[in-house]
Design a protein around this ligand. Structure first.
Ligand code: ZN
Ligand code: ZN
Length: 172
Protein backbone atom coordinates (compact mmCIF):
# COMPACT_ATOMS: atom_id res chain seq x y z
CA UNK A 1 0.00 0.00 0.00
CA UNK A 2 1.44 3.40 -0.91
CA UNK A 3 1.35 6.06 1.75
CA UNK A 4 -0.69 9.09 0.79
CA UNK A 5 -0.03 12.59 1.90
CA UNK A 6 -2.78 13.98 4.02
CA UNK A 7 -3.91 17.52 4.41
CA UNK A 8 -5.79 17.80 7.64
CA UNK A 9 -5.71 20.87 9.82
CA UNK A 10 -5.22 19.27 13.19
CA UNK A 11 -2.23 19.85 15.42
CA UNK A 12 -1.31 16.21 15.28
CA UNK A 13 -1.25 16.06 11.49
CA UNK A 14 0.50 19.39 11.29
CA UNK A 15 3.32 17.82 13.25
CA UNK A 16 3.37 14.86 10.90
CA UNK A 17 3.61 17.11 7.87
CA UNK A 18 6.26 19.29 9.47
CA UNK A 19 8.37 16.25 10.05
CA UNK A 20 8.20 15.44 6.34
CA UNK A 21 8.99 18.94 5.12
CA UNK A 22 12.73 19.03 5.95
CA UNK A 23 13.29 16.13 3.53
CA UNK A 24 13.35 18.61 0.70
CA UNK A 25 15.67 20.98 2.51
CA UNK A 26 12.89 23.00 4.06
CA UNK A 27 11.14 23.14 0.72
CA UNK A 28 7.48 22.69 0.11
CA UNK A 29 6.12 19.17 0.22
CA UNK A 30 3.53 19.85 -2.51
CA UNK A 31 6.30 21.17 -4.78
CA UNK A 32 7.75 17.68 -4.66
CA UNK A 33 4.72 15.56 -5.43
CA UNK A 34 5.69 12.35 -7.18
CA UNK A 35 4.79 8.68 -7.21
CA UNK A 36 8.25 7.94 -5.81
CA UNK A 37 7.45 10.06 -2.76
CA UNK A 38 4.35 7.97 -2.09
CA UNK A 39 1.69 10.17 -3.64
CA UNK A 40 -1.20 8.38 -5.26
CA UNK A 41 -1.36 10.62 -8.32
CA UNK A 42 -4.50 10.29 -10.43
CA UNK A 43 -3.80 13.05 -12.95
CA UNK A 44 -1.02 15.43 -13.94
CA UNK A 45 -0.26 17.87 -16.71
CA UNK A 46 1.94 20.94 -17.17
CA UNK A 47 -0.19 23.03 -14.86
CA UNK A 48 -2.01 20.80 -12.37
CA UNK A 49 -1.54 17.64 -10.33
CA UNK A 50 -4.30 15.64 -8.63
CA UNK A 51 -3.75 12.95 -6.01
CA UNK A 52 -5.59 11.11 -3.26
CA UNK A 53 -5.55 12.51 0.25
CA UNK A 54 -3.77 10.09 2.55
CA UNK A 55 -6.60 10.09 5.07
CA UNK A 56 -9.77 10.51 3.05
CA UNK A 57 -12.61 12.38 4.78
CA UNK A 58 -15.19 11.20 2.30
CA UNK A 59 -15.66 8.26 -0.04
CA UNK A 60 -13.52 10.14 -2.58
CA UNK A 61 -11.12 12.80 -1.33
CA UNK A 62 -8.68 14.25 -3.85
CA UNK A 63 -6.34 17.21 -3.67
CA UNK A 64 -5.72 19.29 -6.80
CA UNK A 65 -2.70 21.59 -6.80
CA UNK A 66 -1.00 23.90 -9.28
CA UNK A 67 2.34 22.31 -10.12
CA UNK A 68 4.17 25.58 -9.51
CA UNK A 69 4.17 27.19 -6.08
CA UNK A 70 2.11 30.17 -7.21
CA UNK A 71 0.64 31.06 -3.85
CA UNK A 72 0.75 29.42 -0.45
CA UNK A 73 -2.95 29.75 0.28
CA UNK A 74 -6.31 30.95 -0.89
CA UNK A 75 -5.66 34.25 0.90
CA UNK A 76 -3.00 35.22 -1.64
CA UNK A 77 -5.17 34.62 -4.68
CA UNK A 78 -5.93 37.65 -6.83
CA UNK A 79 -8.11 38.30 -9.82
CA UNK A 80 -5.46 37.02 -12.24
CA UNK A 81 -5.77 33.58 -10.65
CA UNK A 82 -9.40 33.12 -11.68
CA UNK A 83 -8.47 31.10 -14.81
CA UNK A 84 -6.39 28.81 -12.57
CA UNK A 85 -9.37 28.34 -10.23
CA UNK A 86 -11.57 27.52 -13.19
CA UNK A 87 -9.02 24.98 -14.42
CA UNK A 88 -8.89 23.37 -10.97
CA UNK A 89 -12.67 23.06 -10.65
CA UNK A 90 -12.97 21.79 -14.24
CA UNK A 91 -10.44 19.11 -13.42
CA UNK A 92 -12.35 18.23 -10.23
CA UNK A 93 -15.54 17.57 -12.16
CA UNK A 94 -13.64 15.69 -14.87
CA UNK A 95 -11.92 13.43 -12.36
CA UNK A 96 -15.01 12.96 -10.18
CA UNK A 97 -17.99 12.95 -12.56
CA UNK A 98 -20.43 12.14 -9.80
CA UNK A 99 -24.03 13.12 -9.42
CA UNK A 100 -24.44 15.24 -7.35
CA UNK A 101 -21.17 16.92 -8.37
CA UNK A 102 -18.23 16.74 -5.96
CA UNK A 103 -17.88 19.33 -3.20
CA UNK A 104 -14.77 21.41 -3.55
CA UNK A 105 -13.07 23.93 -1.31
CA UNK A 106 -9.97 25.52 0.17
CA UNK A 107 -8.86 25.93 3.76
CA UNK A 108 -8.38 29.49 4.91
CA UNK A 109 -5.20 30.03 6.98
CA UNK A 110 -4.43 29.47 9.76
CA UNK A 111 -6.62 26.40 9.11
CA UNK A 112 -4.48 25.21 6.26
CA UNK A 113 -1.97 22.49 6.90
CA UNK A 114 0.17 22.57 3.76
CA UNK A 115 1.26 26.05 2.57
CA UNK A 116 0.86 25.36 -1.15
CA UNK A 117 -2.48 26.16 -2.72
CA UNK A 118 -4.60 22.99 -2.91
CA UNK A 119 -8.22 22.32 -3.67
CA UNK A 120 -10.00 19.62 -1.69
CA UNK A 121 -12.44 17.53 -3.74
CA UNK A 122 -14.99 15.39 -1.93
CA UNK A 123 -17.55 13.01 -3.26
CA UNK A 124 -19.76 10.55 -1.47
CA UNK A 125 -20.62 10.48 2.17
CA UNK A 126 -18.36 12.43 4.53
CA UNK A 127 -16.96 10.70 7.54
CA UNK A 128 -18.11 12.22 10.82
CA UNK A 129 -14.81 14.02 11.28
CA UNK A 130 -14.89 15.13 7.66
CA UNK A 131 -18.16 16.94 8.25
CA UNK A 132 -16.59 18.71 11.19
CA UNK A 133 -13.33 19.65 9.49
CA UNK A 134 -14.68 20.75 6.15
CA UNK A 135 -17.83 22.73 6.86
CA UNK A 136 -18.77 24.91 3.93
CA UNK A 137 -20.20 28.12 5.25
CA UNK A 138 -22.47 30.61 3.63
CA UNK A 139 -24.08 28.19 1.17
CA UNK A 140 -27.53 28.97 2.48
CA UNK A 141 -26.79 32.68 2.85
CA UNK A 142 -29.15 34.86 0.90
CA UNK A 143 -26.40 36.60 -1.05
CA UNK A 144 -24.16 33.58 -1.50
CA UNK A 145 -21.40 35.37 0.37
CA UNK A 146 -18.66 33.36 1.95
CA UNK A 147 -19.78 34.05 5.49
CA UNK A 148 -17.68 33.13 8.46
CA UNK A 149 -15.69 29.97 8.16
CA UNK A 150 -12.40 28.36 7.42
CA UNK A 151 -13.42 26.49 4.30
CA UNK A 152 -14.38 28.30 1.14
CA UNK A 153 -15.59 27.00 -2.22
CA UNK A 154 -13.97 28.04 -5.53
CA UNK A 155 -17.21 29.79 -6.55
CA UNK A 156 -17.10 31.85 -3.39
CA UNK A 157 -13.42 32.66 -3.98
CA UNK A 158 -14.04 33.73 -7.59
CA UNK A 159 -16.85 35.97 -6.47
CA UNK A 160 -14.59 37.66 -3.92
CA UNK A 161 -11.73 38.05 -6.43
CA UNK A 162 -14.04 39.48 -9.08
CA UNK A 163 -14.76 42.49 -6.90
CA UNK A 164 -11.06 43.01 -6.29
CA UNK A 165 -11.01 41.70 -2.72
CA UNK A 166 -8.96 38.95 -1.11
CA UNK A 167 -10.16 35.96 0.86
CA UNK A 168 -9.92 36.29 4.62
CA UNK A 169 -11.38 34.73 7.71
CA UNK A 170 -13.85 37.51 8.30
CA UNK A 171 -17.08 38.07 6.49
CA UNK A 172 -16.39 37.75 2.76
ZN1 ZN B 1 -6.19 21.56 3.01
ZN1 ZN C 1 4.86 24.36 -2.95
Amino acid sequence: MPTFLSCFPSRKTLGDEDSLAPLSGGGCIFCNVSKEKGFNIVYEDEELIAFHDRTPRAKVHLLIIPRRHLVSSVKELRREHIPLLNAMTDLASTLVPSNPPPKTGFHIPPFSSVPHLHLHVFSGKHTFIGRFKYPISGISGKSGDKGYGWFVTPDQVIKILHVGKAVGLGRG
